[in-house]
Ligand binder design. Structure first.
Ligand SMILES: [Zn+2]
Ligand SMILES: [Zn+2]
Length: 344
């Protein structure tokens, strides 16, 4: 089968002809119909995130049709439309037993620690396979498995309740999903903090209030818009210490700041005035959980989580097209998501 692989860090991906994976009794073989090209894939190729063994087929945002199942598989059968949870987990360690498989002692990420979806077929454990309703196109089924799932996990970690107000820092792929998922969860007023004019221009049409961080201090703007109260929940999706502090400072009493963006810089907070007085919480967010995916899939099925066709760009399972898409991710400022759809 065709696969597009990382063979050397820092070099372009290479097209390869590899064997179709052999499945075990609990495995599912999926014919890939769509595989999202994600920012993390660009990081793997560039060597920003460490890859342990090469060659590796990238791709962790996957949807397709079940080709074949192992003898012990009961949740799906051949021909089913499915999407894939990217964290392969043991199911028996103390974290898996509590449904917290993102901390699994022997967890593996598909497309990083084991071969992913930039291929005609992929083998995954049956626990990672979810039915994809007919209403959801494969392309959408693939991309909601990463950024939308993380956005939902962040809102769950922040314990967003219906009617509560929310500030979203950064309106890229994660923010685009976070806004829609927050609405689907019954969120109250939503403020979106951005510096990019084109992105800010789309915020109002999605029912939120745009906060231009270039125009004035976004914390002051949010305080003013909330009559001095601040918001209940803030999501930091950029990975900058500056916006992380703003996410904490824009909170009202009992507010929760969920930090999703990644930075290696240290962040300072004044404990008494900024946290203790208001009983504010700062929450770290990593990946998402299998248990959250059915809700997410239902939001997409019901049209609450949408990716209009003009936001999707399709490329073939072709090394040149995929490398070009990864190159252009580096400086993209729009909501366009590129999805690999292998030609027949
Ligand atoms: Zn991703
Ligand atoms: Zn485990």
């Amino acid at each position: 089968m065709r696969a597009v692989q990382l063979t050397e860090v820092g070099k372009p991906l290479i097209g390869a002809d590899v064997p179709i994976p052999e499945i075990g009794p609990s495995d599912v073989l999926i014919r890939v119909a769509a595989a999202g090209i994600c920012h993390s894939d660009a990081h793997y190729r560039a060597g920003v995130s460490k890859i342990d063994h090469l060659p590796l087929t990238l791709g962790h945002e996957i949807a397709g049709c079940v080709e074949k199942v192992g003898n012990h598989v009961a949740n799906v059968s051949a021909g089913d439309r499915v999407c894939v949870h990217y964290l392969v987990h043991c199911g028996t360690c103390e974290f898996c037993m509590r449904g917290l498989e993102q901390f699994c002692r022997s967890g593996q990420m598909i497309g990083k620690d084991r071969d992913g979806g930039y291929a005609e077929f992929i083998k995954v454990p049956n626990a990672n396979v979810f039915q994809l309703p007919d209403e959801i196109p494969f392309e959408v089924g693939a991309i909601i498995m990463c950024s939308s799932a993380t956005a939902l996990h962040a809102l769950n970690k922040a314990r967003l309740r219906p009617g509560e107000s929310l500030a979203i820092f950064g309106f890229g792929g994660l923010g685009f999903s976070a806004l829609q998922v927050a609405r689907a969860l019954g969120c109250g007023q939503i403020y979106v903090v951005e510096i990019n004019a084109a992105k800010l221009a789309t915020v109002a049409s999605m029912g939120a209030i745009a906060i231009d961080a270039k125009a004035a201090d976004p914390v002051e703007q949010i305080k003013e818009a909330t009559a001095g109260r601040g918001v209940d929940v803030a999501l930091e999706l950029i990975g900058s210490v500056k916006t992380m502090r703003q996410a904490v400072l824009c909170l009202g009493s009992l507010g929760r700041a969920a930090l999703v963006g990644i930075t290696s810089e240290a962040m300072s907070v004044s404990p008494y005035t900024e946290l203790i007085n208001k009983e504010v919480e700062i929450i770290g967010v990593s990946d998402h959980l299998a248990s959250e995916l059915p809700v997410l899939i239902e939001f997409a099925r019901g049209g609450k989580l949408r990716f209009p066709l003009e936001t999707l760009r399709v490329v073939d399972l072709d090394e040149f097209q995929i490398n070009a898409a990864l190159d252009s991710l580096q400086d993209s400022i729009d909501h366009i998501r590129t999805v690999i759809v292998p030609s027949k």
